[in-house]
Design a protein around this ligand. Structure first.
Ligand code: ADP
Ligand code: MG
Length: 599
């Protein structure tokens, strides 16, 4: 059996780790980084890049550079207005009403884009481990709904990974803590990332991690802090130049870039320079932006966001019935948790020193790897008592929502419900499953509808069909039904209103495989071209250095060969031609050396 890898598939950044003899290890990507930006870039000729390379092209090709795709996973198009505003690329509606991303006329699903990120992580893991990798544990935010979890799992399948387990990000961080500390404590996991904020309170011991409460805001993260700085910059620029740049997409992207850089610097420095030459030009010439941003100003601009996180923490403590002093450890997760003001506020709130023993970028992936280690049997088992963050229920008369499984129930869990017919000789019963907290069905997230068919004709209310709803350890909903009269059990697949069918996933996986094979081929060809190039240069050099010792005829011949070689290199697109070329040039090299040794 190959290694199982642990993946933190983040909105902004992703990290991959594995267990190396019971010790978690982060995998270094091709570019040498431990963290891979969750960004996919497409070039005009259909090439795609993932990670740092893609992030770099964001400025010049914003329409074909996809970031923050996680915000669209498992989302209905009509529910994604807010998410759409946060990105520059085009969001399209797929045939099933889900979100898609449109690039040069082709629509990709968020699952496919995420799969490209996962594929890169898998490749890095394979390079590192020297074996093929087919299984993974993947983390998701605690508040991810069933459809978002399904979408994550489908993304893994498309990327050639069997997702053995989906665990919540804060629970993963707690696992990392349990792995190191192994003592009973009540901990808080404060996760402030690029696009989301989460707070989880857990009770952990040597072999158990129990979630007491989790809350969060899935529309609050580092990007919102950047936005505040951008607004400030736009205003200053307007005041000084009487020019409003807020409608210029390229200028705004440059400002966002500069704002994030300034923010990062202010985590260590107390003031930073923002300098953007030639920001815009008008009839009076180019205008530059140059200003200093102090940490104090940054904190003033962003304080309300920080307070929002504090309020969520207070609410979580209330939910868990805890007081600030009850917590033993505060684990800081996510890039934005490095901000000094954030640390100060959190420390003040919980009245505890922060645990800085974990790398905030890596701790979630490390936890996923530890979970993988448990599945491999390499690490002693830890029981995860996670909770569901949404109530699960069905639609009942009057389009109302009846809860069957309440929010904050420990998972796995199950609940049964008897359903019957409402008219005589009714043959089918329809059940609409939803997730959410609102009283009316339409205000909650629809997981799908299913129909019980072949009900034996009888008077209304007579058939007794027991439907079982369960939420598994992955937070994924399953439904089965049993006709209590006949004892026939049916596993019901919810006709998902969102998500992909098996056929679609298979097709996407095939395409992903083909794209990967093409990348391999491109790489192999590039390598071969390189080899030819080096041979040509070596031959040129040999000729140049030894010209005085050679006959005119030989010089002429080699020069001709070099010319032909150069031409052929431009034209040769396949491996066979390139290999022939390699032989051709090598022959002249040997020939020349032979002449020289005889001269
Ligand atoms: P996600 O979980 O959304 O993938 P990360 O945890 O990787 O995100 O956090 C990314 C965010 O953290 C970005 O907004 C980035 O600007 C911010 N960030 C990273 N390092 C720092 C730092 N030193 N100071 C302030 N913000 C930071
Ligand atoms: Mg994260």
């Amino acid at each position: 059996m190959g290694k199982i890898i642990g993946i933190d598939l983040g909105t902004t950044n992703s990290v991959c780790a594995y267990m190396d003899r019971a010790e978690p290890r982060v995998i270094i990507n091709e570019e040498g980084g431990r963290v891979t930006p969750s960004v996919v870039g497409f070039s005009r000729n259909g090439e795609r890049f993932v990670g740092d390379v893609a992030k770099r092209q964001m400025l010049i090709n914003p329409l074909a550079t996809i970031h923050s795709i996680k915000r669209f996973m498992g989302k209905k198009y009509r529910d994604s207005r807010r998410e759409q505003q946060a990105v520059n690329y085009l969001i399209a509606e797929t045939a099933s009403g889900d979100c898609g991303v449109e690039i040069e006329g082709r629509v990709y699903t968020p699952q496919e884009i995420s799969a490209m990120v996962l594929q890169k992580l898998r490749r890095s893991a394979e390079d590192h481990l020297g074996e093929s990798v087919t299984e993974a544990v993947i983390t998701v935010p605690a508040y991810f709904t069933d459809s978002q979890r399904q979408a994550t799992r489908d993304a893994a399948t498309i990327a050639g990974l069997d997702c053995l387990r989906i665990i919540n990000e804060p629970t993963a961080a707690a696992l990392a803590y349990v792995h190191e500390r192994k003592r009973r404590s009540t901990i808080a996991v404060y996760d402030f990332g690029g696009g989301t904020f989460d707070i989880s309170l857990l009770e952990v011991d040597r072999d158990v991690a129990e979630v007491l409460a989790t809350r969060g805001n899935n529309a609050l993260g580092g990007a919102d802090l950047d936005r505040r700085i951008v607004e400030w910059l736009v205003q200053r620029f307007q005041e000084e130049n009487d020019l409003d740049v807020s409608n210029d997409a390229i200028v705004m992207q440059r400002l966002r870039d500069a704002a994030e850089r300034a923010k990062l610097e202010l985590s260590t420095a107390t003031t930073t320079e923002i300098h953007l030459p030639f920001l815009v030009a008008d009839s009076s010439g180019p205008r530059h932006l140059q200003t200093a941003l102090t940490r104090a100003t940054f904190e003033r601009l962003t304080e309300s966001h920080f307070q929002e996180t504090v309020n969520e923490c207070k609410q979580a403590m209330k939910d868990a019935g805890l007081r600030p002093g009850d917590l033993d450890e505060i684990i800081m997760v996510g890039g934005s948790s490095r901000i000094p003001r954030v640390q100060e506020l959190v420390q003040g709130l919980f009245r505890r020193n922060l645990n800085k023993g974990f790398n905030p970028d890596e701790v979630v992936a490390v936890g996923a790897a530890i979970n993988a280690g448990i599945l491999e049997g390499e690490v002693k088992a830890v029981t995860l008592l996670d909770v569901t963050n949404f109530s699960l229920g069905i639609e009942v008369q009057g389009r109302r929502f009846a809860k069957l499984i309440e929010k904050n129930t420990t998972i796995p869990t199950q609940k049964t419900q008897l359903v019957s017919t409402v008219i005589d000789n009714q043959k089918t019963v329809k059940v609409h499953v939803l997730q959410g907290e609102r009283p009316m069905a339409k205000d909650n997230v629809s997981l799908g509808e299913f129909e019980l068919t072949n009900i034996q004709p009888s008077s209304r209310g007579a058939p007794r069909i027991q439907v079982q709803f369960s939420i598994d350890t992955n937070g994924i909903v399953n439904v089965t039904a049993e006709d209590l009269r006949t004892g026939i059990t049916e596993k019901i697949t919810i006709e998902a209103p969102t998500g992909l069918s098996k056929v679609e996933i298979d097709r996407m996986k095939e395409e992903a495989d083909a794209a990967e094979a093409k990348t391999d081929l491109d790489k192999a060809l590039k390598g071969l071209r390189d080899q030819v190039e080096r041979k040509l240069v070596a031959l040129e050099e040999l000729l140049r250095e030894n010209k005085p010792r050679l006959h005119k005829k030989d010089i002429f011949e080699v020069e001709q060969a070099l010319k032909r070689g150069r031409m052929a290199l431009i034209k040769s697109q396949d491996r066979k031609k390139l290999n022939e070329l390699l032989t051709y040039i090598s022959r002249y090299h040997t020939h020349l050396e032979h002449r020289l040794s005889n001269s």
